[in-house]
Ligand binder design. Structure first.
Ligand code: CTP
Length: 406
């Protein structure tokens, strides 16, 4: 099922060069399953035409409170009553000031003010010059709008259309889509701090070579995203992977198992849930050469000896916080066969209340997976699905367990 299936969004555009990004945003919202009603201010129409937005949204665009197309001549009431949320993107400094004051002198602000605030949430994607963004008046107005219940999605940083560089750019369409999708997810982990490990580790042999594995990190990144969507503060300790950090997730990049152990130990002091998805190397070369190991012409391969890496999950699961129940630990098992038996044995060996089994060769690098949840009493299968969908189901399951244990 698409992430925004059944959701109806009023997409409001106000005056700003970022309007060009709203065309792509509209397309992404629709691709994600939403229906989109575009409303534009007169200033927005200076930057992009209603024709473009109508073609993309497949709906007539509204721009005037005097538009007589609505039978009751009350577009400002009708449009918000149908919506699940209103997204203002871009939202100019001037429009934020209007919202803060509760003014309603044109159609878009006239939709915002009488909307049923509990049912139709207001999401704001500001876009403006960096000085405008930093101005105390703008920040004061934004704080007021947030206090009145709007969700301010933040801004990006970088080059601006005016030639200056700094904070105030509108977030990219994909980032805004992710935020809208996250907004609709149930906040089952609100108040929790989730710590996730993901990806492979890299154990150096010398400065140019090392030992790693085929883990892509996708499952762990999906779990970090799902936990964030569920309202948790999320720290993601990632081995070497080239995946984008999920929105709102704090990422700590590490290379070796030892680096990962240190990052996990530091963050496990404040975490309430630890989910270990990383494919941590079991062994590392006992000594990484300072210089590249060269062929010596003898035809003999260099002799490598290995030492075992600390088991990060087992170590955390034995910590006082985990034993006292303050930290709920979840392990993963990548197996090639006998999934249930291996997962049950591994759960006991690692000393964790929940272990998630999957068939490694069938999932490494893929966008989908199938999971087997094993606890002390039973097992439950989550059938093949996208990794994000499975991650959301797993997070819902963990939320139930941690609530029950609280
Ligand atoms: N794990 C860990 N630190 C390690 C090794 C594993 O934290 N040094 C965690 C993984 O993140 C995963 C779980 O332990 O959550 C299972 O790891 P796996 O490599 O599948 O199991 P092993 O303990 O290596 O057992 P085996 O080699 O028998 O499969």
């Amino acid at each position: 099922m698409k992430d925004l299936a059944g959701k109806h969004i009023v997409l409001g555009l106000t005056g700003g060069i970022a309007c060009y990004k709203s065309a792509e945003l509209c397309r992404l919202l629709i691709k994600a399953g939403a229906t989109v009603q575009v409303v534009m201010t007169a200033a927005a129409e200076q930057f992009i035409t209603p024709v473009t937005m109508q073609a993309l949204s497949q709906r007539v665009v509204y721009g005037s409170q005097w538009d007589a197309r609505a039978a009751n001549n009350m577009a400002h009431i009708n449009l918000s009553r149908e919506a699940d949320a209103m997204l203002l993107a871009p939202c100019s400094a001037d429009f934020i000031a209007k919202l803060a004051q509760g003014r309603a002198d044109e159609l878009l602000s006239l939709i915002c003010l009488p909307r049923p605030a509990d049912a139709v949430h207001l999401l704001i994607a500001p876009a403006m010059n960096r000085e405008m963004w930093a101005h105390p008046a703008t920040q004061r107005n934004l704080a007021q709008v947030a206090a009145d219940g709007a969700l301010v999605l933040g801004v990006g940083a970088g080059d601006q259309a005016c030639g200056e560089t700094g904070d105030g750019r509108m977030l990219e369409p994909q980032e805004l889509l992710d935020d809208v999708v996250a907004f609709f997810q149930p906040k089952v982990l609100a108040g929790q701090h989730v710590l996730v490990t993901a990806g492979p580790t890299y154990e150096a042999i010398d400065p140019v070579r090392g030992i790693t594995n085929l883990s892509s990190g996708k499952m762990g990144f999906a779990i970090a995203r799902a936990a964030r969507e569920a309202g948790a503060e999320v720290t993601l300790v990632a081995g070497p992977v080239s995946l984008a950090t999920p929105r709102g997730v704090q990422r700590v990049d590490v290379r070796s198992a030892s680096n990962m152990l240190k990052a996990v130990t530091d963050n496990s002091q404040t975490a309430s849930i630890f989910i270990a998805t990383a494919a941590v190397a079991d062994w590392r070369p006992d000594h990484a050469a300072d210089r590249k190991i060269k062929k010596d012409g003898s035809g003999q391969a260099p002799a490598l000896s290995f030492v075992e890496n600390t088991d990060i999950l087992a170590t955390v699961a034995q910590s006082p916080r985990a034993i006292s129940g303050a930290l709920f630990c979840v392990g993963f098992a990548a197996e090639s066969h006998d999934l249930l038996a291996n997962a049950q044995a591994k759960r006991l060996r690692k000393g964790v209340p929940l272990l998630v089994g999957n068939i490694g060769p069938a999932t490494f690098g893929q966008d989908d997976n199938a999971l087997l949840l094993v606890d002390a009493h039973c097992s439950r299968e989550l059938p093949r699905d996208s990794k994000l969908s499975l991650a959301r189901q797993l997070i819902a399951d963990i939320a139930t367990r941690t609530r029950a244990g609280a």
